[in-house]
Design a binder for this molecule. Structure first.
Ligand code: C6P
Length: 404
């Protein structure tokens, strides 16, 4: 992997922070930076193609529609879905999970039914279900975690009852970096006749995803975390499930015919895509997926795993360092505390040295309660990060530690 030529594709990485420090961007779990290829493709579409899709007989509309549907095919190929009917464009992981919670909850769940989530979920995979719970009287069952941040798989198996209707878990924790054994999770759920939704927000940018091999029933991810634009994401769903679910929102595009007496819905995937889609963002997402595919997801994974291992080793040299989550098999996100320095102070002072990390509860308050903390500092890596940037992080943390 030629890191210096990759870094040239991301102009923001050349920035200087506070007129002094080269930017060290380690907040990729929140959002990644965008390569020129993505931004330029989007500008090009706005300048030269722009027209609403699926609606016009004119040249531009046809061209924009073709590009939009080609992007759907790019996503299909990227996650190896069977058909583009299984690729729903959403605004991101949050909307994808809400879509399933709302539609699956309405059509498939009754009072007393249960959905299994885990203690390490992001709020979007908790609150979406709580909204259904408030409407329909369903219950959340929670897979506990071990002290080193892994799912208790024995406890998971014990959670299934005749009322279990769905399992919904993160592939990778955005706090702990744990890579959950989703293959086992899905197999066990299917043995109980229960479908599974995988929140792939933090896995899709870091490893090859094959939804057919996983055999998950639903899979959600966000474009902006994989070098694509904001405001676009994907819900993959097996066609047999999507066919059985009612639409999410009403409006243009999702209908076949409308009258005041009777409305019929469009076929997949359009049934779930009411209103004008962000067809320029879908182009941006497709170019982002082309970008990582050209490098190779396996190479990206190997590079980031190497960086993560190096970072953990170097960070553990710092006095008072505590890293959360498993010490091996850790994805490209490291949550940590240093002595009793407040995470916000740590993040603010690292920022003054040009280093961008995230601090706080990371939208995972129940996990914070489980860990008995209010928040952490978190460094998260992307394909363009280097060992030199890890060294800069470590010496900056050292500097902050000495100040306290
Ligand atoms: N986590 C983080 O800094 P959206 O906001 O819809 O693109 O993604 C939501 C989401 C869902 N699941 C997981 C596991 C996530 O990590 C996220 C987003 C960001 O950790 C922002 S809170």
């Amino acid at each position: 992997m030629n890191l210096s030529s990759i870094r040239e594709d991301f102009p923001i990485l050349q920035r200087t922070i506070y007129k002094k420090y080269p930017l060290v961007y380690l907040d990729n779990g929140a959002t990644t930076q965008k390569p020129r290829q993505v931004v330029e493709a989007m500008s090009e579409e706005y300048y030269n193609v722009n027209a609403n899709v699926h609606r016009g007989v004119h040249f531009l509309s046809q061209q924009a529609t073709e590009m939009h549907e080609q992007s759907r095919e790019t996503v299909r190929r990227f996650i190896n879905a069977r058909s583009t009917n299984e690729i729903i464009f959403t605004r991101g992981t949050t909307e994808s999970i809400n879509l399933v919670a709302s539609c699956f909850g309405d059509a498939m769940m009754q009072e007393g039914d249960e959905v299994i989530v885990s203690e390490m979920e992001h709020h979007s995979n908790i609150v979406s279900w709580q909204l259904v719970a408030a409407r329909k009287g369903i219950r959340l069952r929670v897979i506990p975690i071990t002290d080193d941040g892994r799912l208790c798989m024995d406890a998971y198996e014990q959670l299934f009852t005749e009322h279990t209707k769905l399992v919904s878990v993160a592939h990778v924790s955005n706090v702990l970096g744990t890579i959950n054994p989703v293959g086992d999770i899905i197999r066990i759920a299917h043995d109980h006749g229960v479908p599974v939704l995988i929140d792939g927000a933090q896995s899709t940018p870091h490893m090859a995803i094959d939804v057919q091999q996983l055999d998950c029933d639903f899979f959600a991810f966000s474009g902006h975390k994989i070098y694509g634009p904001t405001g676009i994401g994907v819900l993959y769903g097996k066609e047999e499930w999507l066919d059985r679910l009612p639409p999410y929102m009403g409006g243009g595009e999702m209908i076949q015919s409308v009258s005041f007496e009777h409305t019929t819905y469009n076929e997949l995937p359009f049934k779930f895509e009411a209103g004008t889609p962000d067809y320029v963002a879908t182009t941006g997402l497709a170019r982002a997926l082309d970008y990582v595919s050209a490098i190779g997801m396996d190479r990206i994974e190997a590079h980031e795993r190497d960086l993560t291992r190096y970072a953990m080793e170097r960070m553990m040299e710092i006095e008072g360092m505590h890293i959360f989550g498993p010490m091996d098999d850790h994805d490209a996100v490291i949550s940590f505390q240093v002595g009793n320095i407040h995470h916000l102070d740590l993040g603010t002072l690292l920022d003054r040295l040009g280093i961008a990390i995230r601090t706080g509860h990371h939208c995972a308050e129940p996990l914070m309660h489980r860990l008995g903390i209010q928040g952490t500092a978190r460094a998260s890596f992307a394909l363009y990060n280097t060992r030199e940037e890890i060294d800069a992080l470590v010496s900056a943390i050292e500097r902050v530690r000495r100040m306290f």
